[in-house]
Each structure stands twice: as structure tokens, then as C-alpha cells.
Design a protein around this ligand. Structure first.
Ligand code: GLU
Length: 480
């Protein structure tokens, strides 16, 4: 138990679940499952001003939908709760006090006006902006007096003034930074809430997190965290910062160039299998040519040493392709469950419905495409475009289709092989190419010029419907 892997996904509830957030969650999940560990969901809601109603529920719903399910979280106590930071405020205050007593943190009374002035001066002098550490010199007694007198304050961490700090990142390798580059970070804000930096370190430690796997944008925060771990004399977890997600033009993935909320993709009809498969490859690869992966295989094969450093391009065409592949791999019954909520006809014959799905499956990019593609399997096509008719109907087509209808009607066994044989036989007798019959027949039966294999389609539609539609078309073509 001691050495069990424990990882976490720690979203801030500021709205929807971003594709990048799902990738972080997925990699943590895969890593945990690969090593038989635990995956924890922690809600980081210490920035109350950015909190959005319903965001937590939304994240949970989306994670569960994608199958990136957590072992511990707000509704699943694993003994390390609470799992919501706003319910852990006392802990952060206690640890901030510990830092004060160790002289690793101090009270700062600077007003926002003063901080603004300092910043402005630094900007004018073309210096990098940071706190000028004025309050670092305020004695503890004076600070306590001012607090007792009701003065507002924050708690800042003391960064060493000299030296440098190094750490190893599983993905990025060794990173070194001079202490001079690090600001005296606020740990507790004037509203009593901790900042991300204090909360994340305290929680990762108390929750026994062994590996911190998260987006590259957090890499710059690590030095502060390492110092905090050192101040508390806690062991630093393993760190792995995932490569950035990029738009095809290599800019950082943003809303401007497309959807970034997982729920938008879900609403558009992307299957969770396709999304998970796609997202797994945003930074990771199996080391060979395979592209189609299900969750169980990902769990088996996922390791951090196959995660790359360079940014991962979000290629929507790839996602669409994966969606098609995963649709093809679904059973007709599974697809029916996805299609039914959108299907407007009453399904009187379930087995017929499933067979239609089976026939059209290859052609679907989204489950919903079925609605538009399958109409003629459930009712006669409403009309046939005149322009199309002219293209496929020659003067003699009318009499040829009439003959074909007779041949079909006479078939004792109505299977795609006997149907095909009958059509080819007639073409031969008429000394025409089979396509002269095939195209107008498809048009007459479906009102379309493309679709699934014609003979399979005819078999499924059934003799009665096929003969009726052919004869109906013959009547109609007479008028053209
Ligand atoms: N709360 C941070 C976020 O919203 C989590 C960063 C981390 O994983 O340490 O992404």
C-alpha cells in the first residue's frame, strides 16, 4: 500500500471541461490504472471570483461520460477528504502559520495601490515586475500589532535571495532556475483563502500524491512549490508536465479556432471512444503504427516515457476519422442506442432497424448521419430530382426498369445474390452494360445516386417495396 501510485486531476470549476483538461485527466487515469494505483479528483476552488455555478457537476458528468472515472473525489471518500479546497481552508491557514513560525513566510500589509505603483515603476524602468519585498522587514511583533489593530494583510513566502534551484521533470528533464527569478509569492490572500501554490502543495502532500501530471503551463510554478516542500520538509512528488496543445497553425489551442469544450464535441456526435483515442495521442504514442485504441489497451500500454516534449497539434480531421473507425467497430445494437434518441420514425421492426444500421454503418461519420441517410428504408423516397433523372434516364430506361421489376417479382428467393444474378442476366439479354440498370434502379428505390451496396439494399428493402417503387418510378419517368 505504501508504494501505491496516487495521482490527481485538480480542475478549477470555471466552466466547462476543456479538451486539455480531459487530456490531463486521461493521462492521470491511465497512469494510475497502469500501475494499479488510485486516481483522485480534487476541486481547486480557492479563486472564488472565478467560480461558475454548475461547473463541478459538469466536470464530473463529462469525466464519467468519457470513462475517465475517479477512485476518490467529493462523492467518493477514500480517507483523504474533503476533496474540495474551499472545505480545507483551516488546513492551509495552519500550514501558513507553520511557515511564519519557521520564518519562511511573512505578513505583508501593502495595499493594492502601493503594489500597483511599484509595478508601474518597474515597468517604466523596463524591469521585470515583482513584489519589492518591503514587508519582509516588518518584525513579527509589529505585524501582530497591526493585525490586532485590524489592518488587512496577506501572507507571502520568503524566497531565498541567493542561489538557484533544480528539479527533474519526467518529461522535460532537468530544469534549473535562479532564486532571483522567483517572486515572494502570496500564500494566503486577504480574504483568508489560500492561493493555488500553497493549496496545491499542501493537498498533494496530505493526499499522498506520488506523481503530479499536468499541463506544461504549470511548469513555471514548480520552483515555488519545490521551495514549499523543502520548507515543510516534505518529499516532492515526481513531476511530469505534458506538452502544450496547439492549433494546426501551431498557436496555443484556443477557442477562436474551434471548440475546446469536451461537451461541444459530445453534442456534435463524437463518440467517447473516439475522443479518448484521439486525446490519448495528443502527446503520447505507442511507438508503432497502430492508431485505433480502446481504453483498456491504453491502460495497458500507457507510460510517461512515451510522452513527447513538443507541442501536440489538435487535428480535427483526425478526430473525424477516428469517429468513423469507432462507429464501424460498434455493434449494430450499440449504434442503435446512440441513434434512437434522434430517430423520428416509430420503429416497428427492431431487427429491420438493426439491419439498416448494419448496412449504413460504414458510411457514418456521426451516429446522426443515419437519420439523413436512411429515410428511404422507412418510407418511399419523396421525390426524385428531375435533373438527376435526366442524367440517368435514357429513353429506353423506362421499359428496361419495367422488365427488371417483373424479373424481381418473379424471384422465388429474394437474396442479394439472386437479385444481382437477375439484374445481370437482364442486362445481358438487353445487350446493355449492367450500370445502365444499376444507376436508375438505385435512384428509383432510394431517390439518391449514392448509398450502400445496391443488391444488399434491395434485399433489405424487400421484394414488395422494391417492385412497387420500381413501377412507381416507371410511371414517373414517363412524364420526363
Ligand atoms: N487547478 C489547476 C487547474 O485548474 C490545477 C493545476 C495542477 O494540476 O496543479 O488546472
Amino acid at each position: 500500500m505504501e508504494n501505491q501510485v496516487r495521482v490527481r486531476f485538480a480542475p478549477s470549476p470555471t466552466g466547462y471541461l476543456h479538451i486539455g483538461g480531459l487530456r490531463t485527466a486521461l493521462y492521470n487515469y491511465l497512469f494510475a490504472k497502469h500501475f494499479g494505483g488510485k486516481f483522485i479528483l480534487r476541486i481547486e476552488d480557492t479563486d472564488q471570483s472565478r467560480k461558475v455555478e454548475g461547473a463541478v457537476e459538469n466536470v464530473i458528468k463529462t469525466l464519467k461520460w468519457a470513462g475517465v472515472d475517479y477512485d476518490e473525489g467529493l462523492d467518493r471518500d477514500g480517507g483523504y477528504g474533503p476533496y474540495v479546497q474551499s472545505q480545507r481552508l483551516e488546513l492551509y491557514r495552519k500550514y501558513a502559520q507553520e511557515l511564519i513560525s519557521k520564518d519562511k513566510a511573512y505578513y505583508c500589509f501593502c495595499t493594492s495601490e502601493r503594489l500597483q505603483e511599484v509595478r508601474q515603476k518597474q515597468l517604466t524602468a523596463k524591469l521585470s515586475t515583482s513584489y519589492d519585498r518591503l514587508c519582509r522587514n516588518v518584525s513579527r511583533e509589529e505585524a501582530e500589532r497591526r493585525i490586532a489593530a485590524g489592518e488587512q494583510c496577506v501572507i507571502r513566502m520568503k524566497i531565498p535571495l541567493e542561489g538557484e534551484l533544480s528539479f527533474d521533470d519526467v518529461i522535460r528533464g532537468k530544469v534549473t532556475i535562479s532564486h532571483k527569478m522567483i517572486d515572494d509569492q502570496v500564500l494566503i490572500k486577504s480574504d483568508g483563502f489560500p492561493t493555488y501554490h500553497l493549496a496545491v502543495v499542501v493537498d498533494d502532500h496530505l493526499m499522498g500524491i506520488t506523481h503530479v501530471i499536468r499541463g506544461e503551463e504549470w511548469l513555471s510554478s514548480v520552483p515555488k512549490h519545490i521551495l514549499l516542500y523543502n520548507y515543510f520538509r516534505w518529499q516532492v512528488p515526481m513531476l511530469a508536465h505534458l506538452p502544450l496543445l496547439l492549433n494546426p497553425d501551431k498557436s496555443k489551442l484556443s477557442k477562436r479556432q474551434g471548440d475546446v469544450a469536451v461537451e461541444d464535441y459530445r453534442a456534435k456526435g463524437y463518440l467517447k471512444e473516439a475522443i479518448v483515442n484521439f486525446i490519448a495521442f495528443l502527446g503520447w504514442n505507442p511507438g508503432d503504427e497502430r492508431e485505433i485504441f480502446f481504453m483498456e489497451q491504453l491502460v495497458q500500454e500507457f507510460t510517461l516515457d512515451r510522452v513527447g516534449k513538443s507541442g501536440a497539434v489538435f487535428n480535427i480531421e483526425k478526430l473525424k476519422w477516428l469517429n468513423q473507425q469507432h462507429i464501424k467497430l460498434k455493434s449494430n445494437e450499440e449504434l442503435a442506442q446512440l441513434i434512437k434518441p434522434h430517430f423520428q420514425f416509430a420503429i416497428s421492426d427492431e431487427s429491420y432497424f438493426l439491419k439498416v444500421i448494419g448496412l449504413l454503418k460504414e458510411r457514418l461519420s456521426f451516429p446522426n448521419d443515419f437519420i439523413e441517410m436512411s429515410g428511404y428504408f422507412f418510407r418511399d423516397p419523396e421525390f426524385i430530382e428531375e435533373a438527376e433523372m435526366r442524367k440517368y434516364f435514357e429513353p429506353e430506361t423506362h421499359s428496361q426498369l419495367k422488365l427488371l421489376a417483373d424479373r424481381f417479382e418473379a424471384l422465388l428467393e429474394f437474396s442479394h445474390t439472386s437479385i444481382e444474378a437477375a439484374l445481370r442476366q437482364l442486362a445481358e439479354e438487353l445487350q446493355i452494360k449492367p450500370t445502365k440498370l444499376i444507376h436508375p434502379t438505385r435512384l428509383a428505390l432510394s431517390g439518391r445516386t449514392i448509398g450502400p451496396g445496391l443488391f444488399e439494399m434491395i434485399e433489405l428493402l424487400g421484394k414488395e417495396t422494391v417492385v412497387r417503387r420500381l413501377r412507381r418510378a416507371v410511371e414517373k419517368f414517363r412524364a420526363v
